[in-house]
Design a binder for this molecule. Structure first.
Ligand code: ADP
Length: 958
């Protein structure tokens, strides 16, 4: 057997032992406990036994010692004295008179007596040399083995007590025997006693044996009983513990078993999972491989498609071009027809190829989405307008609602947005035989940088079957095979649209009911542009009552909401007949309720818009009613035709907000100029409609000390649509900027307390929120160099007084970052012109430029009166102050007053006076005192002239 084998066997044995110990742990524990207790019991029982024996032995020894001591004492003290006094000493002392007992007899009697109390103790005295009276008794005693052995032992070794435990009369007792040695006091008596069996006793001889039998049963019993009781309790506890242990261990074993079985189960499961995992890893690897293959083949396919469609497109363009040339040549009717069919087929083929090219580009990830500025409202409106004629040719209403887009400017890919819209709108038109196609739009702010554009195209066409809806955005999906036959198309359009929407961060959905129409809704995530502040032009229609006549409800609602947004009182009817009765009612009501404008749709059942217009124009009572025609099909000469019918304006559908605004302004201005005399009484108050370029929310701080200038500028700004607050000087302006938010500051340069330059510098250094606020200088200093001075102080732009509305408007739009094309084009030319014109005008000797003044106050008569009155009140005082200053030659004061006079006069277009004041300023600057006197006279004359003019103006207007 080699070492390995031994080691293996040992390990095996150890494992077996371990298993045995593990399985029988409870039994071993119980057995060990029981064995321990048994051993302890035996040990304790034994110890108790020997302790009891020892105690009994000592008791017996003490007992016999006491008895011997008594006998010795009795012998020495009583018997010896009695001998001296001749007192009889006899064993038969009870029968002899005056006799006392022998010491042995008395001892026996005492032993007997004690035995009565000592729970059965018996005392014996016996000898092989008994007195005759005790011979019989001794013989009986010596019949017992113990007595014989005790005699033997004690005669040989009198010092060593002899004892044994044995049962006496059924009771376990100790038999304890000591030698009864011959004592000095006894020798004589024994040797001399006549009946003594032996007469040669010597001191120390063993005369006999003194034995005591003491029952030990009781003590032993009680010790044993308590021991047993203790062990019974102990056993019970152990049984209980064993039982509990058994329960506990069996529970643990049960749980362990369960655990083990679930462990096994788990291991099995783990194995299964591992297996599945391995399978999955293999599958993933295969999938990755397949995906790569697929991507490669897709790429190859897409590349091929892209190249192919591009290659096909080139000759196809040639075909189309040639066909169009062919169509222009002289051909028979049939040839033309064939060429036409060929052209249609070629253009469908081109469409298909374009779609394939797009699709393959998207699939190959080659389509790049651009990000440039887009005006969504314009994009949607213009696109719809270009598609409107197709709808109108089919007799469909094309309704576009871009009112919620509010001139929002975003960044996106206009080409792709147009592509999505074109697809949806052309589908809607294609699949709708009658009714309408409505495009509604919305824009929502997603976060600081993003906007969500949502748009839905709803039609009243053939609709899509429910089972087809789910797959409608898949490529080459068409409603059914007859669709291609009836409607043409490639079945690629919606697939491209869906992909484009996804590429632009949005999605597209469709809801449809067969036979009732469909709604395609898509969203796009677009980047926000700083220029989002732009809003719709603010047209004020509050003084107007407008009637909409259109059979199409959606169209009416779009118009209604736009017009009411501009403040008009709007009524709407769906037929010409209702329109006539509504117009009649309007006349019977108060003047306030007379309709000012009627917008008529051309295509209506029963009576169309043109016929209605004719009827209205035929009746004199509605001669002041302005008529706007809404047409669908615009043909050359339409506009003239409608003008001839008596319409004031004709608009083509879909209606674009800006066009509508233009139309309204146009018709209202016509009212003002040409028809002013014919206005109905009470309706004269109709204001002309103006388009305000600034959003209502624009807040402007006007910093100006001159009260006339304040009124003029405030009025100009309010007319542009802004909110205005006024500060009288630079210091006040800063306090106001601290308290409120403003978009722009219009800053006069020369002011008391703090001038415009200092105020601007303070603002720029302030580190407050308004530190970078846009500041436009407004100054009457039109000299060269003044502009640079303003810009150097930190102002952003520069306007000269008197303020020109267009220049102001332009400057403000630039400040607010709002493009306004028509203004942009006149920008530089006009601003320059303005500066020059004030000087040029001044050279002409015009006392009062009334027309220019009226223009400045927006033809507002009341305002013109107010400003003229203020001027007439304030100016005499200023003129007087100037003369005094000239007299005392206070140059600074002269310059300041002249400046003020110049500003106020320029504002009211007191051209000559303003020019005089300018000359005075100039003279002071050049230190030309000689001319001052002359200029002063000229100024007074001019002032008198203007005052005369203004007073007569006030007198006539009051
Ligand atoms: P197609 O070039 O055929 O129009 P599209 O992908 O644009 O391809 O449209 C797929 C199909 O979806 C169409 O053939 C038509 O059956 C259905 N469809 C699309 N738009 C509409 C709609 N507005 N009304 C009804 N069916 C539509």
């Amino acid at each position: 057997m080699d070492l390995d084998n031994i080691l293996r066997k040992f390990t095996h044995f150890r494992r077996r032992v371990g298993e045995f110990l593990h399985h029988s742990s409870l039994s071993i524990a119980v057995l060990t406990m029981v064995a321990g207790i048994v051993i302890a019991y035996l040990f304790l029982a034994n110890t108790t036994q020997s302790l009891t024996n020892q105690t009994s032995q000592i008791n017996a020894q003490r007992y016999l010692e006491a008895l011997s001591a008594f006998r010795t004492l009795y012998t020495n003290e009583v018997v010896n004295n009695a001998i001296k006094q001749n007192i009889t000493i006899s064993h038969d002392y009870k029968n002899i008179k005056n006799a006392i007992p022998l010491p042995a007899t008395l001892s026996m009697a005492l032993g007997k007596e004690i035995g009565k109390f000592q729970s059965g103790a018996k005392t014996y005295l016996y000898s092989r040399y008994p007195f005759p009276w005790r011979e019989q008794e001794n013989k009986t005693i010596f019949n017992q083995a113990f007595s014989q052995q005790a005699w033997e032992s004690l005669t040989k070794n009198p010092e060593q007590a002899f004892f044994r435990f044995e049962e006496v009369n059924g009771q376990m007792s100790i038999r304890y025997a000591v030698a009864d040695v011959m004592r000095e006091g006894c020798i004589d008596c024994h040797n001399n006693h006549e009946q003594s069996p032996k007469n040669d006793w010597q001191l120390g001889d063993v005369r006999g044996v003194m034995e005591v039998i003491l029952p030990i049963n009781k003590a032993q019993h009680s010790a044993q009983t308590s021991l047993q009781a203790t062990f019974i309790v102990l056993f019970s506890i152990i049984i209980l513990i064993t039982f509990l242990l058994f329960l506990f261990i069996s529970r643990i074993k049960k749980d362990a078993k369960k655990l083990a079985s679930s462990n096994v189960e788990m291991q099995k499961k783990q194995q299964q999972v591992n297996f599945a995992n391995e399978e999955m890893t293999i599958a993933i690897e295969q999938l990755e491989f397949k995906t790569k293959e697929l991507i490669n083949s897709n790429q190859v396919k897409s590349d091929f498609m892209a190249t192919m469609s591009h290659e096909i497109r080139t000759p196809l363009n040639g075909v189309i071009g040639m066909l169009s040339l062919l169509k222009q040549s002289n051909m028979t009717h049939e040839q033309k027809h064939h060429a036409q069919l060929a052209a249609v087929s070629a253009s469908s083929l081109l469409n298909l190829i374009n779609d394939i090219l797009d699709f393959s580009k998207i699939e190959a990830d080659k389509l790049v989405i651009e990000s440039v500025e887009v005006r969504l409202d314009e994009l949607v409106a213009h696109l719809s307008a270009t598609m409107a004629h197709i709808a109108h040719e089919k007799g469909l209403e094309l309704i576009v609602d871009v009112s919620k887009l509010k001139h929002v400017i975003t960044k996106g890919d206009p080409h792709r947005i147009r592509q999505v819209l074109t697809n949806l709108i052309s589908n809607a038109i294609k699949f709708t035989a009658s009714g309408e196609v409505a495009i509604s739009t919305n824009i929502e702010i997603v976060d600081k940088k993003h906007l969500q554009f949502s748009c839905s195209v709803t039609d009243t066409g053939i609709g899509i079957a429910q089972q087809k809806i789910a797959s409608i955005f898949e490529r080459f999906t068409q409603e059914d095979s007859s669709t291609t036959r009836q409607y043409g198309g490639t079945g690629l359009g919606l697939a491209i649209v869906k992909k484009l929407c996804l590429l632009m961060g949005g999605d597209i959905t469709v809801t449809s009911n067969q036979g009732q129409g469909s709604t395609f809704s898509f969203t796009l995530l677009l980047e926000a542009c700083d220029q989002i502040r732009a809003e719709l032009p603010q047209v004020d229609l509050s003084a107007y009552r407008i009637l909409i006549v259109d059979d199409n409800k959606t169209n009416r609602e779009v118009l209604y909401s736009q017009l009411t947004l501009w403040g008009a009182k709007v009524s709407q009817v769906d037929s010409a007949r209702s329109a006539l009765s509504c117009l009649n009612e309007g006349l019977t009501e108060t003047d306030e309720n007379v309709f000012d404008i009627a917008i008529l749709d051309m295509l209506m059942p029963e009576m169309n818009g043109a016929q209605l217009g004719q009827q209205i124009r035929a009746n004199n009572k509605w001669q002041n009613l302005k008529l706007i025609m809404l047409t669908s099909l615009v043909r050359p000469g339409d506009a003239q035709y409608f003008t001839d019918l008596g319409f004031d304006y004709s608009l083509s559908k879909p209606i674009i907000t800006a066009d509508l605004a233009k139309a309204l302004v146009f018709v209202s201005n016509k009212t003002e100029s040409a028809n002013q005399q014919q206005l109905l009484p009470g309706k004269k108050t109709n204001k002309p409609i103006t388009i305000k370029p600034l959003p209502k929310s624009t807040r402007i701080l006007l910093v100006e000390d001159n009260s006339i200038n304040q009124v003029v500028a405030q009025n100009l700004l309010q007319n542009l649509g802004a909110q205005v607050a006024i500060a009288n000087n630079g210091e006040e302006a800063i306090t106001m900027l601290d308290k409120d938010y403003y978009d722009v500051v219009l800053m006069d340069c020369q002011m008391p307390i703090m001038d415009g330059y200092t105020a601007t510098k303070t603002i720029r250094k302030s580190h407050q929120g308004y530190q970078d606020i846009y500041i436009i200088a407004m100054t009457a200093n039109a000299m060269s160099g003044d502009r640079d001075k303003c810009l150097a102080a930190g102002m952003n732009d520069y306007l000269t007084k008197p303020i020109d509305t267009i220049a102001l408007e332009h400057s403000l739009l630039e400040a607010l970052n709002m493009p306004f094309e028509h203004i942009k084009t006149i920008k530089n030319a006009d601003v320059e012109q303005n500066t020059l014109s004030s000087e040029k005008d001044a050279q002409t000797d015009e006392v009062w430029g009334k027309k220019a003044f009226y223009k400045r106050v927006g033809q507002n008569q009341a305002l013109a009166q107010r400003i003229a009155t203020m001027y007439c009140q304030d100016m005499p005082e200023e003129i007087k102050k100037l003369s005094q200053a000239i007299t005392i030659k206070d140059n600074k004061l002269i310059a300041a007053i002249a400046h003020k006079i110049k500003g106020s006069s320029a504002n009211i277009e007191a051209v000559k006076l303003a020019h005089c004041a300018l000359n005075i300023e100039q003279a002071i600057k050049e230190n030309n005192h000689a001319e001052l006197e002359l200029l002063s006279i000229e100024l007074n004359e001019s002032f008198n002239e203007i005052i005369v003019e203004l007073e007569s103006f006030l007198a006539t207007t009051e």
